[in-house]
Ligand binder design. Structure first.
Ligand code: ADE
Length: 242
């Protein structure tokens, strides 16, 4: 897969691309990143990319011609073109799962003061990473590409893939490592006794519990398996006893 990012701040990607999992996946040729400086498409010798808005208003807007040329030069007919914007549809794990199937993605990073609206015609979708305003789309583009890259099949171990399908649509269950007792808190005994069937059931029950407690809306419309139904009844009975 190829991910191209059009940005005014290419230096922001140095840490992102040279660290940990992303670096490992790039080195395995599972994903190719291309970071493009939008200023390379400036039409004047001062490398300007923005101009004052028609009708007045504060700040400068990125010019549509500059941004469009940058897209044209870096996309093909099979490229999915994304524009980061607080106006966009809120990005979710479902979007990451959909986008990982694309051969090529191009992310145009929005400018902190905005882009000439005519650019939207050349983008397939606008994406927001949350209801807050960032200074630019760079962090959003890293969030989006990070979530896609970690889904690239070979990049995650078969065990974690299995766990994910079991947990699909649920929050993660609490996990523990050594020491077995810390500050009076003990690791639940069932996790230490090696009975994999019991451990799986315990973890599924706790994933349901965590989701009910912190993100109950995630369970709306979920079709529960018979095992999950049973565990939910147990959870309900336990909460009545408390
Ligand atoms: N640019 C500024 N704020 C943003 C947001 N929340 N998501 C995506 N791009 C943005």
């Amino acid at each position: 897969m190829k991910i191209t990012i059009l940005t005014l701040f290419p230096e922001m990607y140095e840490g992102f691309l040279n660290t940990s999992m992303i670096k490992r996946i790039i080195s395995k040729d599972l994903v190719e990143f291309k970071i493009v400086d939008i200023r390379d498409y400036s039409i004047d010798r001062y490398r300007h990319v923005d101009d004052t808005p028609y009708g007045g208003g504060a700040g400068m807007l990125m010019r549509v011609d500059v941004a469009h040329h940058a897209i044209l030069d870096n996309a093909t007919s099979k490229t999915r073109v994304l524009l980061t914007s607080p106006k966009g549809k809120k990005y979710t794990q479902e979007d990451a799962k959909r986008l990982v199937k694309e051969e090529e993605i191009l992310i145009l990073c929005g400018h902190y003061e905005g882009i000439d609206s005519r650019i939207e015609k050349y983008c397939d979708e606008m994406v927001s990473i949350g209801d807050y305003i960032l200074t630019g789309g760079e962090l959003a583009s890293m969030v989006i590409s990070d979530s896609i890259v970690r889904l690239i099949e070979e990049s995650i171990s078969p065990e974690s893939l299995k766990e994910e399908s079991f947990e699909d649509g649920l929050l993660e269950y609490p996990q523990y490592t050594r020491p077995v007792e810390y500050d009076g808190e003990e690791v639940p005994f069932v996790l230490t006794n090696g009975n994999h069937k019991e451990i799986r059931r315990f973890n599924l029950k706790n994933a349901l519990k965590e989701t009910l407690k912190y993100r109950p809306e995630m369970l709306e419309g979920r079709v529960f398996t018979p095992e999950e139904e049973k565990l939910l009844i147990e959870i309900q009975e336990e909460s009545c006893e408390e």
